[in-house]
Ligand binder design. Structure first.
Ligand SMILES: *Cc1c(COP(=O)(O)O)cnc(C)c1O
Length: 454
């Protein structure tokens, strides 16, 4: 039996340009606002923390943004990534659906995040930055930026959410192997960190707090800039290499997706796969359903408010219009750390508000069960975040079976779970629970939203 299950592109097919969805939006994004003046921020407001090249990309409405050769050279370490047809999973599910996945776990850090980390390190180096600061939750982003910093000769300081710092020593070791400095957040190094510790000495931290610390350090030093691993327009732009490659690979498979599915934390792996397809649809091309999947414990797109909010807890960032659970909302400690963010990318929020995409929220136990099922059929152990996409794919495949129709389902396998085996251990030991969010805490956090006319 020689069924083709893997579609590979040669190195010279790494895309030459990223795709910018802003060029094809039916309505423009709401402006980002300055928290002090309430006025739209201009490039000058962003230069204290981002280099000029990335500020320009953040505001760009050009459809194509060229990928610099040094970035493509580093991409070539692991790109183009493979696209697989999950025939064994299809057989296990006895579904007529055709299931495909784009596997981003082959990168050095094990996820899609180096796609933007490498680009951000390159532009910072090019624009003269001497040091980068960032935050990390589960450690995926911190290790991706540490890797990229090492290749472009930029020192990286990572503020790591304390609970992960303690629970994920191997992610920390990976960052340190690449030469980054890793600090448990909240820390004594920043005013934001000290303020939290004064009130909550035992704080286990949150992404919002760690962002405040990293931004504060970048603002304080002229030669230091900040890098964010998701949410912002330029980050989503860099991730579109994923979808652009997938389109070519689906053509090699002589197929095209009816449904595109990805998990969504800040929205970057979702955007990376889905935006090139959405752009094609918006330009009058093929119709395709697009589904973002989030955890029930942090249901930003399905239960949040579409409103102006801060990206961090200490309110150092500008105000972005997005789906948000409130910047003071601290999600329960589910294992998909990369999906525990109170907000959602403004671009992803915008297309959800326009009705261009769907969203659903799933519980962690059913997601782990789906991840285990996937591993036993396909061999790859998925990151806990990616199990959310897998659960949604299995549901869709089961619906195909019930209807007796065959649809093509494409999803983003955003990373492997090799650094998350404690989560699997806890799952097998029956220690994981479905963590509902605290309805009262959510109400409180949403009542706290800054009063900006939307
Ligand atoms: C960080 C991460 C996510 C969530 O972030 P997005 O910006 O929403 O993509 C998902 N999967 C993996 C493997 C991650 O590391």
């Amino acid at each position: 039996m020689t069924e083709t299950t893997k579609y590979l592109l040669p190195e010279n097919r790494i895309p030459r340009a990223w795709y910018n969805l802003a060029a094809d939006l039916p309505e423009p994004l709401a402006p980002v606002l300055h928290p002090g003046t309430g006025q739209p921020v201009g490039p000058d407001d962003m230069l204290p923390i981002f280099p000029p090249s990335l500020v320009a990309q953040e505001m760009s409405v050009e459809r194509e943004v060229e990928i610099p050769d040094p970035v493509r050279d580093v991409y070539a370490l692991w790109r183009p990534t493979p696209l697989h047809r999950a025939r064994r999973l299809e057989r296990a599910l006895e579904t007529p659906a055709r299931i495909y996945y784009k596997y981003e776990g082959v990168s050095p850090a094990g996820s899609h995040k180096p796609n933007t980390a490498v680009a951000q390190a390159f532009y910072n180096k090019y624009d003269g930055t001497k040091r980068l600061t960032t935050e990390t939750g589960a450690g995926q982003w911190g290790s991706s930026l540490a890797f990229a910093g090492a290749l472009f000769g930029l020192p990286v300081d990572v503020y790591m959410v304390r609970v992960s710092f303690e629970q994920k020593p191997y992610r920390r070791a990976l960052m340190e192997t690449y030469g980054a400095r890793c600090v448990a957040s909240p820390s004594e190094e920043t005013e934001s960190g000290r303020a939290i510790l004064a009130r909550h000495p035992d704080s286990t931290g949150s992404l919002g707090i760690a962002i405040s610390e990293a931004v504060e350090m970048a603002v304080a030093r002229d030669d230091t800039q900040y890098a964010l691993g998701s949410v912002l327009n330029h980050v989503l732009l860099h991730q579109t290499v994923v979808g652009l490659e997938a389109m070519e690979q689906m053509a090699m498979a002589d197929d095209a997706p009816d449904v595109v599915i990805a998990c969504a934390g800040g929205g970057s792996n979702f955007a990376g796969l889905a935006f090139p397809y959405l752009g094609e649809r918006l330009r009058g091309g093929r119709d395709v359903r697009i589904v973002a999947v989030e955890p029930s414990a942090c249901p930003t797109l399905t239960r949040g408010s579409f409103a102006y909010d801060f990206g961090d807890t200490a309110h150092l960032t500008p105000l972005m219009k997005m789906y948000t659970l409130g910047s003071s909302f601290v999600p329960s400690g589910i294992h998909a750390g990369g999906l525990r963010y109170h907000g959602m990318s403004p671009l992803v929020s915008h297309i959800k508000a326009l009705g261009l995409i769907e969203a659903e929220a799933l519980d962690q136990l059913e997601c782990f069960a789906a991840g285990v099922r996937f591993a036993r059929a396909e061999g790859i152990v998925p990151a806990p975040e990616a199990t959310h996409a897998i659960r949604a794919v299995i549901r869709e495949a089961e619906a195909c079976k019930a209807e007796g129709t065959s649809r093509a389902i494409l999803f983003n396998l955003s990373g492997h779970g090799h650094f998350d085996m404690q989560a699997y251990t806890d799952y097998f030991a029956g220690k994981l629970r479905d963590e509902a969010y605290d309805e009262a805490a959510l109400k409180e956090a949403i009542a706290d939203l800054p009063g900006v006319a939307a």
